[in-house]
Ligand binder design. Structure first.
Ligand code: FE2
Ligand code: FE2
Length: 361
């Protein structure tokens, strides 16, 4: 038996002693198996601690919670680490938004170091059992403002730079490059940024100016050159199809700009937009597999895609025909199409072009 505070409780844990309200009414009796709703109920009654049968590990809890309707992602949402991360994230986005608005509206100098440090602290606290990408996946209900997008790109750059074995200083710089890559968008009317349909020619031309505007804004700030370059070049593509300067291959000569380009497009695909829900990470990887190699830094992209899909090994998923299963093997030459075990059947998606992973569970 162990005493846990209410935010530490997880679905599947078993109550070891009757839980009473402050006026001695029974809320839960001994032996009750906790569910999401019951944990919420405890919260509502202001119960601070509960005795439960032995402390369960995350894996134990998953196995014990014979409630298949509770997914891995729902369990994340109830974990104390995630709750803390979410609270930190919201505070961090708010202060980031204030700082950028102060720069634009009141000409107050950007305190890059403090904003970066807040983000790094949040990442350091959130690291552990749950990866940053999994936590981000659970924050998708939030708005798709330039501020949350930028924060998410900063977090993805941080993870990606780690995968690419960058030094700690380089990982920090990559995070900053992600955070500030879209500052130029603050000068574009909000109605254009959030327009659900296709932009008309004039709106599109205005939108395409944000890299140059961002670069110019950052020139007035005391920031590393790479941060400016990432703002300027994150929409350039190896095959010359990008903007604003239509640079090709070697001309995009800043590794941080190349990295932000990948984090930016992945974030945009996997975030909910006003006009569509979020794309499943495997669908995003499939799109990158189709045309990413001509457009992005090959080594960065391959490392990124491989690590993203590895994150989801052993995750449950739903296929496009409605079947549910577990991702059990990654096909190295077709990363978006792993082997999935549905019941006793093994489905190799690399050989089943008719099926896709629709959702991670
Ligand atoms: Fe951008
Ligand atoms: Fe962006």
């Amino acid at each position: 038996m162990e005493r846990l505070s209410t935010p530490q409780l997880l679905p599947g844990m078993v109550v070891a002693e009757d839980v009473l309200s402050y006026d001695r009414k029974l809320i839960l009796s001994q032996g009750t198996k906790l569910t999401d709703n019951l944990i919420t109920k405890l919260d509502l009654y202001g119960v601070l601690t509960v005795y439960v049968e032995k402390a369960s590990t995350k894996a134990d809890t998953a196995a014990e919670a014979d409630t298949p309707d509770i997914s891995y992602f729902e369990r994340i949402q109830h974990s104390p680490v995630f709750k803390k991360f979410k609270a930190d994230y919201e505070l961090n986005v708010d202060s980031f938004q204030d700082a950028l608005n102060n720069m634009v509206e009141r000409n107050i100098e950007l305190d890059v170091n403090t904003l970066l440090q807040n983000t790094l602290d949040m990442i350091a606290d959130g690291k552990g059992q749950i990866g940053i990408l999994d936590m981000l996946q659970n924050l998708r209900e939030y708005d798709d403002s330039t501020f949350t997008h930028s924060m998410n790109v900063g977090l993805i750059c941080n993870v990606m730079a780690g995968w690419l074995k960058f030094s700690p200083e380089e990982v920090e710089l990559a995070t900053a490059c992600g955070l500030f890559h879209d500052v130029g968008k603050l000068m574009i009317p909000h109605a254009i940024i959030t327009k659900p349909g296709k932009l008309d020619t004039e709106e599109f031309a205005l939108m395409q100016k944000h890299p140059i505007t961002g670069y110019q804004m950052l020139q007035a700030q005391d920031v590393d050159d790479h941060i400016r370059n990432a703002a300027l070049m994150h929409h350039e593509r190896n095959d010359g199809s990008g903007y604003p300067m239509r640079l090709t291959g070697d001309q995009i000569d800043d590794p941080y700009a190349r990295m932000v380009a990948i984090a930016d497009v992945y974030e945009a695909m996997t975030a909910a937009r006003v006009y569509r829900g979020p794309l499943c990470p495997f669908r995003a990887i499939e799109i990158l597999e189709q045309d990413g190699l001509q457009k992005y830094d090959t080594k960065f992209l391959l490392t990124f895609m491989e690590n993203v899909v590895n994150t989801y090994l052993q995750n449950r998923c739903r296929l496009s025909d409605g079947q549910q299963g577990e991702i059990i093997y990654i096909n190295r030459d077709k990363l978006s199409r792993p082997m999935v075990k549905c019941g006793e059947t093994y489905i190799n998606l690399a050989e089943r072009p008719d099926l896709t992973i629709e959702e991670l569970l």
